[in-house]
Design a protein around this ligand. Structure first.
Ligand SMILES: Cc1ncc(C[n+]2csc(CCOP(=O)(O)OP(=O)(O)O)c2C)c(N)n1
Ligand code: SF4
Length: 310
């Protein structure tokens, strides 16, 4: 191929970052960036999406992008939003190309440590799109449990062990229902999807870009070392999470469920999703573990019932 035929395009998130091969979070972040387009400003909580893309003095981001602390990307995004609002007052309409403001972070930043500031941003109704890359733990610091960690997962702060106590099963807290919490804030647009469906991610981001007002999009993104999986399992597990009912693909506008992805029939059992993941391997080794798999199946069934996915 001649040099002339190589088209140089500026990537919004270029491949020269140092995320693990097969990282669901960075794959999702690239799909998100491409769907958002260039006329945006991103405030990024620290975590893998930040640390792997901005090794000093380089940056993989091809648009205005701001590092923020672990806990405060919503506050930084709100500040940008109000600054743009103020500045736009002094510009004539024809010269105005107001950028859309985005805040994003991992589930630790979203469900736990940044939650207060996120809630404040939603309470003020600031026109910011918030994206959560949910790999179900604090991946960047060694896979500690977060409020998004699912029942039965072996994580570094809730390690699976021996014996019959509840502690032996790994995490024994139910995943926090951030979708319900976002809906309780009265957001215009709330959606949940997985890295198994890249086109669905694109569609949901584009929808949020069109709608006015705050929106929340939560994407399940696998983590290779944290989930203890092969790097080629990213898409497959993203699909199985949705197809088993454990991570429903759902979309709400003005509080109403407007879209959902139906699960295939006959129903796929949760074992199919859990088995390839080392973080659930202990559940397959004892009768007590089998009991936990039943509980996880009940969680999936609850979702199927609640969102009428069958
Ligand atoms: C106040 C504060 N506490 C702890 C840290 C250390 N820290 C940096 S990233 C991170 C984990 C991020 O987890 P998450 O938000 O889930 O994102 P992920 O790495 O999984 O993408 C932690 C604990 C920090 N930077 N600031
Ligand atoms: S540790 Fe997990 S989330 Fe972080 S870069 Fe690797 S695969 Fe991605």
């Amino acid at each position: 191929m001649s040099n002339k035929s190589i088209k140089k395009t500026k990537k919004l998130l270029s491949p020269g970052h140092n995320a693990c091969a097969g990282c669901g979070e960075l794959l999702a972040a690239r799909i998100v960036a491409e769907a958002l387009g260039p006329n945006i400003i991103i405030a990024n909580s620290t975590g893998c999406s930040e640390v792997t893309t901005t090794a000093y003095p380089t940056s993989a981001w091809g648009m205005p992008w701001i590092h923020s602390l672990f806990e405060n990307s919503p506050a930084v995004a709100s500040g940008i939003f109000y600054a743009i609002k103020q500045k736009s007052k002094n510009v004539t309409r024809s010269t105005l190309r107001v950028p859309r403001v985005i805040a994003q972070g991992g589930d630790g930043a979203t469900f736990d440590i940044g939650f207060g500031l996120l809630s404040g941003m939603w309470e003020r109704n600031d026109d910011v799109i918030y994206i959560c890359y949910d790999n179900e733990a604090y991946a960047n610091t060694g896979y500690q449990a977060s409020g998004a960690t699912p029942w039965g997962a072996n994580v570094s702060t809730a390690p699976a062990g021996k014996g019959k106590t509840l502690d032996a099963i790994g995490s024994h807290l139910r995943k926090k229902d951030m979708i319900a919490i976002a809906l309780a804030h009265g957001l215009n647009y709330v959606a949940m999807t997985t890295i198994g469906y890249p086109d669905d991610i694109t569609q949901k981001i584009k929808k949020a870009m069109i709608l006015k007002g705050p929106s929340y999009i939560q994407i399940l993104t696998s983590c290779v070392p944290g989930w203890k999986i092969e790097s080629n399992m990213t898409i497959k597990l993203g699909k199985l999470a949705a197809q088993t009912g454990l991570y429903p693909i759902i979309e709400f506008e003005k509080g109403k469920l407007i879209n959902k992805m139906k699960i295939p029939q006959p129903q796929i059992k949760v074992e199919e999703y859990l088995k390839p993941q080392g973080r659930f391997a202990h559940l397959f080794k004892s009768p007590q573990g089998q009991e936990q798999i039943k509980i996880i199946q009940e969680i999936a069934n609850e979702n199927i019932e609640r969102y009428q996915l069958a």
